[in-house]
Design a protein around this ligand. Sequence first.
Ligand SMILES: Cc1cc2nc3c(=O)[nH]c(=O)nc-3n(C[C@H](O)[C@H](O)[C@H](O)COP(=O)(O)O)c2cc1C
Length: 215
Amino acid sequence: MKISSPIFNRREEIFLFFAKRFAYNRARLWYLTAMRTIILYQSKTGNTQKYAEDIAAALKCEAMPIKKFKKKTLSDYDTIIFGGRIVGGRIDKVEDFLSMYDDMKEKNVIIYSVGMSETSPEGRKTLIQSNLLDLFHVRYYQLRGSFDFEKLGFVEKMLLNNSFRMAARSGQNGLDSTTANWIKEHPVQFYDQAGVDKIISIVRKLQTVVDVEVA
Ligand SMILES: Cc1cc2nc3c(=O)[nH]c(=O)nc-3n(C[C@H](O)[C@H](O)[C@H](O)COP(=O)(O)O)c2cc1C
C-alpha cells in the first residue's frame, strides 16, 4: 500500500537523500582504500608476507613482492606500504623502496619491519637510524615475526651468526650474546595483531582525510 501524504513524501525524500549519501560515502571510502593502497614486501620465510597479506585483506588492496612492482604504476596509489624483514639490523630491500621516494613525496608512505627481536622504543630508534628512515617523510612500525634457526640454510645461518656478533657488540635491539644463543636454541613465533590493527587503522584514517579533502 502506498501512502500518499505531503508529510510522508517529504520524510521519504529526506530518508532517501541520506540513504543515498550514506551509500555513496561508503562506496567512496571503499574505493579509496581498495583502489589506492598497495603493499610491497620483502620476505624470505613468510612472516613479512603474511603481515602484508593480512593487512591487504583488511584494506581490500593488493600485496606483492617488491621485486614484482612496476615503478611506473606508482601514480595509481595514494598510500604505499612497504614491509621488509630485518637482516643484521637492516630492513631488507628498504633502499630499493626508498629509491622511489621522489615519486612518493606527495603520498602516504608507511614502512614496517619484521624481526625476531622484541620491539622496543630503543630498538625502533636504532632501526630508524641504521636504515636512514629519518631522512624521509615516512611512518614506521615494528612488528615481531617468527624465527627458527634450524630452518635456515647454510648461508643464512652464517649471516645470522655474524649479525648476532655485531648486535651483541653494539647492544643493537637489546640483543646480547646470551639472548642470541637462547634464540638459536628456541624457535620463536610471534604475531603482532595489535601492530597490524594499528597499521590498518592508520591507513583508514589517512584515506578518510583524503576523502574529506576531495569531497
Ligand atoms: C641472516 C638473518 C639475520 C637476521 N637479523 C635480524 C636482526 O638483526 N634483528 C631481528 O630482529 N631479526 C633478525 N632476523 C630474524 C628475521 O628478521 C625474522 O625471522 C623475520 O621474521 C624474517 O622475516 P620473513 O619470514 O618475512 O623472512 C634475522 C634473520 C636472519 C636469517
